[in-house]
Structures are given as C-alpha cells and as structure tokens.
Design a protein around this ligand. Structure first.
Ligand code: LMR
Length: 294
C-alpha cells in the first residue's frame, strides 16, 4: 500500500507517524511546497521506521512525481485558521491550494482515492472533486470522525465513563452547524452544553496554541485509511458528495474502492432544518468560489 500526504505540517507529519507506527503501508510520500521541510521530515520518519524495526520507505520533496501510481493521497496542505477566524474565511486561499494539488494528483495517481483534510472541509471536498475529475466515490473528507471524537470526549468528561465505543456521532458540516447525535440519556440543557463544547472543540485548541489541532485530525484520517485498506463494515462519519454534489459528513461505509454506501439520515425535524440551512450556505459558498475561474 502506497500513501501520499500533501502538506508536511503538523497534520501531515502526524498522519505519517501514525501510518508507520501502525504498519499500515509500505511507502509514504510526503509532498510540500517547502521541499526541504518534506525531505527533512521524510528522513526523520525513515529513521523512526528503522528504530521501530520496520521496512516502510518514506520519501519527501515538492515533486508530485513522488506519488506516481500511489493508492491513497491525503490533502492536508493549506492555511490553518488563527484565533478569532472561522474556517470559512480560508475558502479562497485554500481552494487555490486544493485545486493545484488535485490536478496534480489526477495526473500522477489517477486511480487513487483522495482524503481531504484542508478547511473549510466540506467545501474543499467539492473543490477536490471538481478539479481532480475523479468519481465522487473517490473523494472523502475527514471531519465527522474528528467531531465525533470531540463529542465523545465531552460526554466522557461529563458522564465520567469510557465513551470510546459509544455510538454517539457527529454529522453535517464541519462548522458551527454540525449535528451532534448522542446515544446517551441527557436532558436538553446537558445536551446543549455538550453540543456547544463539541462545536467549539477546534476553536478552543486554536485559541490555546494559535494554530489548529493535529493529533485527533490525524487519527480521523487513520480511521478512513484503515477502512480503505482493510475494508470495514463499521460505518464512519465522513464528508462525501451526495447525488446533488453537496458534501457533508454522514455515516458511510468504505471499502478499497472508496465510498461504498451512504447510510440513510434519520434526523429529527430540527436537525433536518439545520442541515438544510447549511446545505443552502454550502451552495452559496461554492458559487462564490467561482471554480471555473481557477
Ligand atoms: C479542527 O476542527 O481541529 C480543524 O478543522 C482545524 C480548525 O480550524 O479548527
């Protein structure tokens, strides 16, 4: 299995480190416009592999030829938000980066599956789809797994019990209108509080360290890679495009070919209304990007 990561920053490097420590692939290519950064991290990671007695090969640089015929390509490149910014403020600048990356991925790894991590996530899933020309089943956005982990973290802190196997999850857009679905018995005040912590989970980290989270986002990507590599009957919350070409996180089943099945959304009326409103905003944002001009 050959996995490439575009963007050798905190998220990209954390993904590479997890892929190695979990022995999930034979080859990793780390690509960044800062070629020396990608090379340095590839050397560091190669030495990490040796120290762990593993034979995986890691290469780095700025040349997309490094990912020729790779199986999975993960786009993490882009600008991270600063304290006080919303993810959507990054749309224009990051769309340029994702368009460029997606076109090059299509050229050098035309049969790959793309995992998108760059924000604003759901919009970037659409951008990667449009500019790669790939089938929509080959574009998967990582957000729901991260937001679900944040929901479980908040529940765990509140209820004082282990939540890692809880069925609670987050779907919808990776912004303030994400939809928290809890399988726990909470009154509405308690749940509102948990929801607010979940929605603000990313912003809290940005506020504390003036850049965004990376360990949990990397773990969300690993869940997706595991499903793509080994096949996985467990539904994951991923941002995928539906038949109307709208992307948001929903429970899906993945296999080695990408998105296999979108599970039905069984939403309460108020959540359906939130989702419908955020779909309208998604469409406005996509139109504002004017992708034909790229
Ligand atoms: C996250 O939720 O951690 C990421 O989307 C990064 C961010 O800007 O919060």
């Amino acid at each position: 299995m050959k996995i490439a990561i575009i963007g050798a920053g905190n998220v990209g490097a954390s993904i590479a480190s997890l892929l190695l420590s979990k022995q999930m692939c034979d080859n990793i290519a780390l690509i960044d416009i800062n070629s020396n950064l990608a090379k340095a991290k590839a050397i560091d990671l190669s030495q990490m592999a040796i120290a762990l007695s593993q034979s995986a090969k890691v290469v780095g640089g700025d040349d997309y030829k490094l990912l020729e015929n790779f199986d999975i390509v993960i786009i993490t490149a882009g600008v991270a938000r600063k304290d006080g910014q919303s993810r959507s403020e990054l749309a224009k600048i990051n769309a340029n980066i994702v368009v460029d990356a997606s076109k090059k991925i299509a050229k050098f790894a035309p049969n790959s599956t793309i995992i998108v991590v760059t924000n604003p996530l759901d919009i970037m899933v659409y951008v990667a789809y449009k500019s790669s020309g790939f089938n929509k089943s080959k574009i998967i956005g990582m957000a729901g797994e991260l937001d679900s982990a944040r929901l479980k973290f908040s529940l765990q802190n509140y209820l004082g019990k282990d939540m890692k196997d809880s069925k609670s999850c987050v779907i919808g857009m990776h912004n303030d209108s994400m939809i928290c679905l809890s399988s726990e018995n909470l009154n509405s005040n308690e749940f509102e509080n948990i929801k607010s912590q979940t929605i603000n989970g990313g912003a809290l980290i940005v506020k504390l360290m003036n850049t965004s989270a990376f360990y949990a986002p990397a773990a969300g990507v690993i869940n997706i890679c595991q499903a793509l590599i080994y096949g996985n009957s467990k539904p994951l919350s991923c941002s995928v495009l539906d038949d109307n070409l709208v992307a948001f996180s929903r429970l899906v089943k993945l296999d080695k070919n990408g998105v296999k099945e979108l599970l039905e959304l069984n939403l309460e009326q108020k959540d359906r209304e939130i989702l419908d409103k955020s779909i309208d905003e998604f469409i406005i944002n996509i139109n504002n990007l004017n992708l034909n001009g790229f």
